[in-house]
Design a protein around this ligand. Sequence first.
Ligand code: NAD
Length: 369
Amino acid sequence: MSKKFRVFATCDIGESIDLLRQRGYEVEVYPQPEAPPKKLIVDKVKSGIDGLITTLRDPIDAEVLEAGKGTLKVVAQIAVGFDNINRADANRYKVPFTHTADVLTEATAEFAFFMLGALARKLWTAEHLTRNNQWGYWHPYLPFLGDEVTGKTIAIIGTGRIGLAMIKKCTGFDMNMLCYDPAYQNHDYVKAIQEMKDLRHARGICREKTWIKYTTLEDALTGADFVSVHVPLLREGESTTPTYHLFNERTLRIMKPTAYLANTSRGPVVDEAALARALKEKWIAGAALDVYEKEPLPPDSPLRDPEIEDRCRLLPHFASAARITRLSTDPNKGMAGRCAQGLIDVLEGNYGGDVSKMPYVVNKEAFAK
Ligand code: NAD
């Protein structure tokens, strides 16, 4: 390597930082667990770094990119979602940015499934009962019952990488599935899942026949016992079918009053004020959230209302937070490894230096020849 690359990481991504240093890179890591102030990112970029490692907490926009004009060559994000990066600005400044799709797909899908199960079977409330010495008897239905997941109908909203992985998990629980995705429909995958379902039934593994199909948002929401959200955050103007507040008073009201909602996508996909009302007034049975309109969840959030505590599970943006998924240095296993590889690809000119051919670059359109 002829040049020693300079990189600033807004967070520690573990051993992958050491591996970059072993390649001769000069890497500075922001030492605090909290996000650095934006001004610090701008100053670091202005100092002439070649690469910037970011997380979903860092706003990357024209101000940051202007600071790196002529010097900043790549932004490598450790996450699959990149709504914190202004794609139009990155394209204007011709700065490629990378993400860590795929390696967190299974971890996020299984977490979404666990959240739904924990919510429906009231694991949190049940454990509190035990810990608080309120478990006084075994009774057929007292002090409360949960709802089974097995054999129920789930709506999968967004059938991209994580949505399809969620379908796979739900297949093991013999769930019927209503899929909704206005932009990408994988009919081959759905057909294969139906074949698996039919085989399970034919071989006596599952007693009832179960099914999967694509449908409209309305039919998915009105027909489902569970709703799991797997869409990117797309604001007005970013898509013909934006996802900002996709779950609002109207859509929450058309869900069954017995239905449960899980959101592991991005917080602003759900209108939290509407959801708090939906839970309080029992338009739906419960919700489990991993992501919020504002993170960390503010102390005065209506979602913290003790009145809805039994039916509102609140997790700290944790769906991809599994050891191998987060930190493996192997780009085919870990977000950290994939993030570092995305950075290396651009800085070291892999793929013949053709950014549009680099697998982890998101905004390939700005580099198409
Ligand atoms: P993906 O791009 O593969 O899939 C997203 C799907 O949503 C696409 O098929 C797209 O067509 C569809 N979509 C777009 N607009 C829609 C709409 N209005 N209604 C329904 N579907 C719509 O992305 P992915 O890898 O599956 O990840 C999905 C999102 O999950 C990410 O963008 C990220 O924000 C979030 N995520 C969160 C965590 C976490 O820790 N909680 C972890 C990973 C990903």
